[in-house]
Structure formats: C-alpha cells, structure tokens
Design a protein. Structure first.
Length: 411
C-alpha cells in the first residue's frame, strides 16, 4: 500500500474580519494586474504554533495575487483561495504544531487555487494581511475560539456563484430529439487528487480515460457528450449533477480508480445508488468520496439532510430499474472484452454523484490503484482502448433497450 494517498497587527486587525469576502472584491483593473501565476516559496513559508493555543501561517509567494481566507466547519479548517498559485508539494511545508493536523492544496476552480489546513480544534482568524515588495508575504494568525463563535464565522455565506463552476460544454438539447446526451464525470481533480500511487493520481488517470471515452462516443455518432471537468480542476460533487442537468444529460457516467486500504480489490466494478451499501467496502468508498469533497471546501450535509430521502425514493421508483439495466449492459460488454472485473462486479452505495432522481447514473470503478495489476492496466493505452470500447458498446445496448421499453410503455 506504500505510496497510496495520505494526503499584521494594529489597524490591520480591523480589516481581517472583512477578508472573508472582501478579497474577492479585487476585480477589474486591480485584479488584472495581479492575475499572473504565482509560486509558493517553501523556504520562506511555515505553519507554526502561536502562544498557548494559536497558529501562525506564513506564506511567501513569488508575486502578489488576489486572495481570500475564511474558516469552515465539519471538520474545522482554514481555507485560503488564491488567484493561481503553484503550491508544489505542500506536505514539505515547514510545520511544527499539532494544532494543524493536515494540509492539502491544488486547483479549486478555473483560475483559482486553494490551500486547506485542517485544524485540531475550532479557531478563528485574528489577523490576515499581505505585504508586498520582492514578491508577497501573507501572514494569517488564528486564535482559539469556542463552538458558538467558530460556528458563526464558519457560517458566513459565500459570494453568489462562487462555488459553482461554469456550465458544461454543450447547449441544452431538446429532449427526445437527436443523439442521446451522455455526461462523463472524471472523478476528483484539482485540490482533490483522489487515490495516489507511484507518482500518479486517480484524478489524472480518469481525466485521460474521460477524454478517450468522449472521443470514442462522439466518433460513434450515437451520442452527444458533455463532461463535468475537462482539466485538472476541482468540481464539487453536488455541482457535478448540476452541470449534468445544464448540459441536458440523459445518462451520467462517473469514472474512478480508487484504492482500498484493507483487503483485496481487483478489477472493474459498477456501482448504482442505494441507501444501504452492498458491503462495507462500498460504504467506505462512498463515505471517503464525500469526505474528500468536504475537506476541499464543500459541505454536502445540508443538502443531504433536506432532500436525501426524497431523492432516494424517486431514484428507486423511477430511475432504479433503468440504473440496473445500465449496469447489466455495461457488465456484459466489459466481460465480452475479457476485461477483469471484481468478484462482485455490480454493487451499490450512497455516492452523492448518483443521487439525481431522474437521470440514470452509474459509477464505474475502472480498477483499483491499490492493485499492481490494475494500476498497470490503467496506465496501458491498449487496455484503456478496450475499456473505452466496452463502455461505448454497453451504453449503446442500454440506450436501444431503454428506448424500446419506453415505446412499449407508451402504447
């Protein structure tokens, strides 16, 4: 399992509270002057304990950029957004305090990068500033807070439209006319690399596979194709469903290649939606997907508390049988290509990306990066071509059967 994912004072203090949203106000000419790609300089950066219970974050950048900072809950964390910063390996950042339990960084949305510090206990921002000169130096000071104060700071609303990426790359088609619209969802991305091993990431592998699958589907002529991400950017789980709807999606295919820390998992696996997972491993995968999304900056629990029951019921009664037929068609096509599948090739779990009530949706674990054999296959373009061919065939067979059943019901 080695290599798997682990993952200034004075007057400025009065400005700090406004930084939670105000840094986004750097727009127009000012933002244009500062919008170039900056680099984090690790030798001048550090995360350290401050006093009895605080934290001091010092970040040295190669140049000034627009930025913002806020705290978020579930778990407590400091979130810093920057206009395009290349962070490098943040795990090498000097850190001498156990008040910050984890650090992660990466692309968050087009043009923006995010740094997340997971905190051992609730803290709030006491001061935050950027000093410019040769490059830029950002200093953020955190202090201990009680639950009520932290909750109030963490509940500060995002600026309108901040969390939602641009809509997918197709206009909404007229339903029932023209090719079927398939939405491909390469898992993870940006600040959330997914599983990692041997210098590669699940996010990168699935982006490559998605591009190859999109090309094959378009070339076939049976489908329109939209994607939830076309580059290495972070897209929140709930927004992936929104993007699929914006593109007029009629079937949703999420692509993954996870890692299982315990036990043995080899071969492709097809997941459909269920409130109760088919086994403990399926439940753990679904939980980890949601946690990765949450840590990167999106909290799904509010949505789930309000609508999960309704979505589950609708999925079972309206879309559940279509999902099952989709899984069966894909399983048969994959086996016809003699591609190795998991000993339980069709499973179920509560993956957030499968919760659309009226769009057949499936999550395809193309393999497991924790398996040497699977990882070698995922990196092999010849094997990927076989998998792409199987997925295209399975989708075509399912689409024909689905249309025929709809015709029968209309008669």
């Amino acid at each position: 399992m080695e290599g798997l994912r682990r993952r200034s004072g004075g007057a400025l203090r009065s400005v700090a509270a406004g930084l939670l949203a105000a840094m986004l106000a750097l727009s127009g000419a000012a933002a244009q002057e500062l919008s170039g790609l900056a680099r984090l300089l690790p030798d001048g950066s550090s995360i350290a304990g401050r006093g009895w219970s605080g934290v001091a974050v010092e970040l040295q950048l190669s140049q000034p950029v627009p930025w913002r900072v806020r705290v978020m809950d579930g778990p407590p964390r400091l979130v810093m957004d920057f206009r395009e910063v290349e962070f490098g390996p943040v795990e090498d950042l000097a850190r001498d305090t156990d008040r910050v339990t984890a650090v992660r960084a990466g692309s968050f949305r087009p043009g923006w990068s995010r740094l997340v510090l997971e905190l051992a206990r609730p803290m709030v921002i006491e001061s935050a500033d950027m000093r410019t000169g040769e490059g830029a130096r950002i200093a953020v000071r955190l202090r201990k807070a009680d639950e009520a104060e932290f909750a109030a700071r963490a509940a500060a609303p995002e600026p309108p439209g901040w969390a939602l990426p641009k809509a997918a790359d197709l206009p909404r088609p007229v339903q029932g006319e023209g090719p079927l619209t398939v939405v491909l969802d390469p898992g993870h991305g940006g600040i959330d690399p997914g599983a990692e091993r041997g210098g590669g990431s699940e996010a990168s592998l699935m982006l490559t596979l998605s591009r190859e699958l999109k090309e094959a589907l378009v070339r076939d002529g049976t489908f329109r194709v939209a994607v939830t991400r076309a580059e290495d950017v972070f897209v929140p789980l709930e927004d992936r469903i929104t993007l699929a709807r914006e593109a007029g999606g009629q079937v949703f295919v999420s692509l993954h290649a996870d890692a299982i820390a315990e036990g043995e998992a080899v071969g492709a696996t097809l997941y459909t939606l269920a409130e109760e997972a088919s086994d403990a491993a399926a439940a753990a995968l679904a939980e980890r997907h949601d946690r990765d999304d949450l840590l990167a900056g999106i909290d799904l629990t509010g949505h789930d508390d309000l609508v999960a029951g309704v979505l589950m019921d609708l999925a079972r009664t309206e879309t559940g049988p279509r999902n099952e037929r989709l899984a069966l068609a894909l399983e048969a096509a994959i086996k016809r290509r003699q591609i190795a599948m998991h000993r339980h090739p069709r499973q179920a779990a509560g993956f957030s990306v499968l919760k659309s009530p009226d769009m057949p949706s499936i999550l395809v674990e193309t393999g497991f990066m924790s398996s040497d054999a699977d990882l070698a296959r995922l990196r092999d373009p010849v094997w990927r071509a076989r998998m792409v061919s199987a997925l295209v065939e399975g989708l075509k067979i399912w689409a024909r059967e689905d249309a025929a059943l709809k015709d029968m019901l209309r008669r």
